[in-house]
Each structure stands twice: as structure tokens, then as C-alpha cells.
Design a protein around this ligand. Structure first.
Ligand code: G3I
Length: 447
């Protein structure tokens, strides 16, 4: 391998940074290398993965499995880990098809992206009929159960999928989950972190590719807010479903870089581009290059293998034709990957105690305590700092009627500020619920 003088200098700088900053992705020049002959091998040259969505019912198709095993090193279950598949009846979990995909992938040394723990769509019937605190509890239980079942086997979870509205509002999508309270997303992330601390936790959405779109801005503001308040988020997934009406935007790289600058990894999670020939190939190349240019863009997943496997097969949006032959788009992606880009250094889910961009930040995790007919106990454990300020907000008509291990002050009757009082980093309280069983919303900052 040949390194230019400039490259050597940058690599040396990066080694120092890496040593000092475990958990951060950093920018290095990619070494020149020989051309790799598969998507996964080509992506690995710059520390990235190249994945695909997989359907369990295609694992008996030898052409399909042959391409899967040869070309990809990351796998997403196309439908089998969704809420309707994994919890068809409340409290009754079903992992058969998801396990077939996970086991096949892992037996071939591939990693798995989990998709998706909480989503307004693909809910089982029993959940579609729920609202309010019962739904909130059911959703959190689902997140906890599924993420716990797969603990240690998932590289990254799409914890929440598609929660923002299309159009010009930049706000949340209306859904039964959204109606449980605006904090449903952060509650899902906290539950996922508690269940599988080793998995990266992603927010995943579509139509968030164009930096100037209101939806992109809305998601950006949420991630910025989560990072500032210590909500455990590690990555943002850009689905990237493109066609002539929704082409790859010219500012795509800007979007990925701006999100990465918030201190999260970015991933292209469901890439497909309708079209054919050189025009389709050029767009795939552009998306690949945009990811390669962003150090924290850790990988690309295409949403299926052959055109005929796609959820929109008539648009021939994938890298292999229906017979499993490589298309021009395949060669464009492979060449772009082989041309190299910035190297991405693997990160682990951010430990606030070692995050160099935020040397002292905090994470507050809520857990349920005892329940009585008129009140319930809750407990908050803070990590990342001993110097915390936690805000606990209860909904109407709830009231906090007792606390322990903290000496609180009150901003309003519903908003309590808790600080350490010499009894460690776990404190608790009793909420008189008045019929509202919702969990309080919790946020944490360093004092
Ligand atoms: O398996 C049943 C089959 O038994 C039945 O006969 C048939 C008739 O309706 O349906 C089959 O299930 C379908 C399933 O795909 C498997 O093919 C569902 O109806 C269909 O709704 C489902 O569509 C999936 C869609 O998500 C559901 O939301 C697509 O395969 C899947 O590619 C698509 O993936 C989504 C991502 O999760 C999120 N982002 C957008 C993306 C594309 O829509």
C-alpha cells in the first residue's frame, strides 16, 4: 500500500486522537488499495459495511443466498423483526423467522441491523387498537422484550422508525404512539439502551435526505435536542428510497455531514433507486460517494438483493437483475467503494463518561417501582457524571408526593428538579397518579 506524505501525517494525527478518544469516529485518508471484488470487501477497505434487507422466505432460494453470502456483510430483516411479526398477540413473542435471518447472517460472519422496535405502521392488531398509557407501557415492554431477546447480537437497532410528518410542518407524525406524549421516542430509546447497552440506537426515517426539507430539519432538531439532554441516541438512519419524483438531492452529502456533526453515526439504511442503466448507476454512485465522504457514515444497506426481491419490483431499483446478474449500478457502487474515501473508525455506543466531545454528560434511566391503586413509585439512575441535575416532569393530574435520595426543588407543581444529596446516583419518588399512569418525562444535565 502506498501512502502519500499528507496521508501519513493525517494517519499519525488520527492515531493520537483514537488513543485519546475511544468511541469517536475520526477522519483519515483512505489508503490506496487493490480493487476488491465484492461490495462488502470493497466497503471494508474504509471500515464500512455493505448490507442488504433479507426476507426469511427467500433463504431457500440458492441464487439469492449465493449473492447474499458473497456480497454483503450486514443484514436487515425486511419484515421479520417488526412489531406485528415479533409480538402478534400481546405478551406473546414470536421470533422464528427473525431467528432464521439472524442465525443465517451470524453463521456467515455477517452482522445484523435490527428493524424496527417502535413504529406507527406494521403494528399488530391488538396494538393498533390501543391508546394512551396502556399503549405507552405496551410499546416500552415490546422494546424491552425484543431488544433483550437479541441482546449482544445486533449491531444497531432502528429504535423508532418514521415518526416525523411529511410536508412542510417539520413536526411529528400523528399516530397512536405520538398521542401517548411527545416523549415517547426518548422513552423508547431509554428502554432500548437498558435492554441492550451494546447495540447502537438509531432513529430511522425517509424523505430526510434533502437538507432544506422541513422534515430533515425536524429530525435534526430532535437529534440535537437528544444529544444535548443525554438521551441515548447513537445513529441516524437515512432510508434513501429514491425515484424520478424523489431523486438523490444535490445536497445529500451536506445532510449526512450535518447530522454526523451532532456526534452521531449516520447510516444509509434502505437504499433503492428506481430506474435503469447509466442514469441509475450514476445516482447509486453519488449516494455511495456521499457516504464515503463522511467519516461517521458507517455503512450502506440496499433494500433487497435482486430487482424482483424489491417491495417496488416494477421500478427495478436494486443492484442485481431478476436473474441475479450484476447491473451497471452494481459496478458503479463497487468502483466508488474501491476508489476509497474517508476511513470510518468503528465506534461503540457512546459512553457519556468517555465521549471526548462531551467529557461529562449524563444519562438518566427511569425504572418502574411499586404500584398501588392511587400512586406508584419510580426510580431514576444517573450515569456519566456525579454532578447531575435531573428534571422530572409529571403529567396532569399527577403529583409527586414523596422523594428519596435527593433534595428536590420545584419549578412548577408538575416539574421537579433533583440534585445529588450525598446518597449516590439513584433517587426515587412516589407519584399520586389521579388516573394517569404515564411515566414521567426525565431529562438530565451536568450541573
Ligand atoms: O407475507 C404476506 C403474504 O402471506 C400475503 O399473502 C401477502 C398479501 O398481502 O402479504 C404478505 O406480506 C407482505 C409483506 O410485505 C411480505 O411481502 C405485506 O402485505 C406487506 O405489507 C409487506 O410490505 C413491507 C412493507 O415494509 C410494510 O410496511 C415490504 O415488504 C417492506 O419492504 C417494507 O419496508 C419498509 C421499511 O420497513 C420501512 N421503510 C420503508 C420500507 C418500504 O416500504
Amino acid at each position: 500500500m502506498t501512502l502519500t506524505t499528507k496521508s501519513v501525517a493525517r494517519v499519525a494525527l488520527v492515531s493520537t486522537l483514537v488513543a485519546a478518544a475511544a468511541g469517536a469516529a475520526v477522519l483519515v485518508a483512505s489508503p490506496a488499495s487493490g480493487a476488491a471484488s465484492t461490495l462488502a470487501a470493497a466497503a471494508q477497505q474504509s471500515g464500512r459495511y455493505f448490507g442488504t434487507a433479507v426476507a426469511a422466505n427467500k433463504l431457500s432460494d440458492s441464487t439469492y443466498v449465493g449473492i447474499l453470502n458473497r456480497e454483503f456483510d450486514m443484514v436487515t430483516a425486511e419484515n421479520e423483526m417488526k412489531m406485528d411479526a415479533t409480538e402478534p398477540n400481546q405478551g406473546q413473542f414470536s421470533y422464528g423467522n427473525a431467528d432464521r435471518i439472524v442465525n443465517q447472517a451470524r453463521s456467515q460472519g455477517k452482522r445484523v441491523r435490527g428493524h424496527a422496535l417502535a413504529w406507527h405502521s406494521q403494528q399488530p392488531g391488538w396494538m393498533q387498537r390501543m391508546e394512551g398509557s396502556a399503549l405507552r407501557q405496551a410499546m416500552l415492554n415490546h422494546v424491552t422484550q425484543v431488544a433483550s431477546y437479541y441482546r449482544g447480537k445486533i449491531y444497531a437497532w432502528d429504535v423508532v422508525n418514521e415518526a416525523f410528518a411529511d410536508g412542510s410542518s417539520g413536526g411529528r407524525r400523528d399516530s397512536n404512539l405520538q398521542r401517548t406524549g411527545n416523549d415517547w421516542i426518548e422513552a423508547a430509546f431509554r428502554a432500548a439502551r437498558a435492554a441492550d447497552p451494546g447495540a447502537k440506537l438509531c432513529y430511522n426515517d425517509y424523505n430526510t435526505d434533502n437538507w432544506s426539507h422541513a422534515k430533515t430539519q425536524g429530525v435534526y432538531r430532535m437529534v440535537q435536542d437528544f444529544k444535548s439532554r443525554g438521551v441515548p441516541i447513537d445513529c441516524v438512519g437515512f432510508q434513501a428510497h429514491f425515484n424520478s419524483g424523489n431523486p438523490v438531492p444535490s445536497n445529500y452529502h451536506t445532510t449526512l455531514q450535518n447530522f454526523a456533526n451532532l456526534g452521531v453515526d449516520v447510516q444509509i439504511t434502505e437504499l433503492d433507486i428506481e430506474g435503469s442503466g447509466s442514469s441509475q448507476a450514476e445516482q447509486f454512485k453519488g449516494v455511495t460517494q456521499a457516504c464515503l465522504a463522511v467519516a461517521r457514515c458507517t455503512g450502506i444497506t440496499v433494500w433487497g438483493i435482486r430487482d424482483s426481491d424489491s417491495w417496488r419490483a416494477s421500478g427495478t431499483p436494486l443492484l442485481f437483475d431478476r436473474n441475479g446478474n450484476k447491473k451497471a449500478a452494481y459496478n458503479a457502487v463497487l468502483d466508488a467503494l474501491n476508489a476509497g474515501g474517508t476511513t470510518t473508525v468503528p465506534t461503540t455506543p457512546t459512553d457519556p463518561t468517555t465521549d471526548p466531545q462531551n467529557p461529562e454528560s449524563c444519562t438518566a434511566t427511569y425504572s418502574e417501582g411499586e404500584k398501588w391503586s392511587d400512586r406508584f413509585n419510580g426510580q431514576v439512575t444517573v450515569s456519566g457524571t456525579d454532578n447531575w441535575v435531573v428534571t422530572v416532569t409529571v403529567g396532569s393530574p399527577q403529583r409527586i408526593i414523596a422523594t428519596w435520595n435527593t433534595s428536590p426543588t420545584w419549578e412548577t407543581a408538575n416539574v421537579m428538579t433533583a440534585r445529588p444529596n450525598g446518597n449516590g446516583n439513584t433517587f426515587g419518588f412516589t407519584i399520586q397518579h389521579g388516573g394517569n399512569w404515564n411515566w414521567p418525562s426525565i431529562s438530565c444535565r451536568v450541573a
